[in-house]
Design a protein around this ligand. Structure first.
Ligand code: 13P
Length: 254
């Protein structure tokens, strides 16, 4: 199975830097079918990057969008507009959106529906805070976030999930291989329980949180990890592509 290398550029990179990075990613050779690459640039440069791509690789996505198709929502962009600008995917419920922009399980659910309505593939981000982990609530938090986000959504709808423990995002503290294996196991069990996966196949589950070229190989060796959602290390071709190479090598080793 092709593994997934996704880069969340957050609020970084303008047209010139973003275009150069996109070119470097597109020019990097990996064995055919071994890696699916996606970047989530700032909205302002999405259309420019879509024009720049020679082929549909890397894929493009948005970091956020509104749930509604149009209307009086000053400053917002609809999933349909994101699609028109060149997005194929959308991050939904990133912890920075939940923490800094008051998103909650209800708004995440509405955005999931909007993203699917527009024909974008949602990348649903879930993860526990440090306090929740310390209270041993991780499994319950993941189940709740998955359950609420997917309520009313058909089991066959396109879906990727990103497990991103809040305490590991942008902190340099990466979850251990055992912690990631355990959490991904719970996510897969929950997806199975919800009729969204079986031994034959399940939505890809990515890990995100301080992934870098040094820790990527250990995490990539886990069969429960279908890929990475990378923040800081996705802003430079050298580090982002080294993480991709780790995924490809581990795939060959499994
Ligand atoms: P970092 O890789 O910078 O920790 O960010 C992870 C993330 O938030 C990806 O969505």
């Amino acid at each position: 199975m092709s593994r997934i290398l996704a880069g969340n550029w957050k609020m970084n990179l303008g047209v010139a830097e973003g275009t150069a990075l996109l070119r470097a990613i597109g020019d990097h050779a990996v064995p055919a079918g071994s890696l699916t690459t996606v970047v989530f640039p700032p909205l302002t440069i999405l259309a420019a990057l879509a024009r720049e791509r020679r082929i549909q690789d890397p894929k493009l996505g948005v970091q956020n969008c509104h749930a509604e198709p149009k209307g009086p929502f000053t400053g917002e962009v609809s999933p349909e507009m994101a699609r028109e600008a060149g997005a194929e995917l959308a991050l939904v419920g990133h912890s920075e959106r939940r923490r800094l922009f008051c998103e909650n399980d209800a708004s995440v659910q509405a955005k999931m529906k909007g993203v699917l309505r527009a024909g974008l593939k949602p990348v649903l981000c879930i993860g526990e805070t440090l306090a929740e982990r310390e209270r041993r609530e991780t499994r319950d938090v993941l189940s709740r976030q998955l359950g609420r986000a997917l309520e009313g959504i058909p089991a066959r709808a396109p879906l990727w999930v990103a497990y991103e423990p809040v305490w590991a995002i942008g902190t340099g503290v990466v979850a251990t291989v055992d912690e990631v294996a355990e959490a991904h196991g719970w996510v897969l069990e929950e997806l199975g329980r919800m009729g969204r996966g079986s031994a034959a196949g399940h939505p890809p589950v990515l890990y995100g949180g301080s992934v870098d070229p040094k820790n990527a190989s250990g995490l990539a060796a886990l069969p429960e990890v279908d890929g990475f959602l990378v923040g800081g290390a996705s802003l430079a071709a050298e580090t982002f592509l080294a993480i991709g190479d780790a995924l490809v090598k581990a795939e060959h080793a499994i």
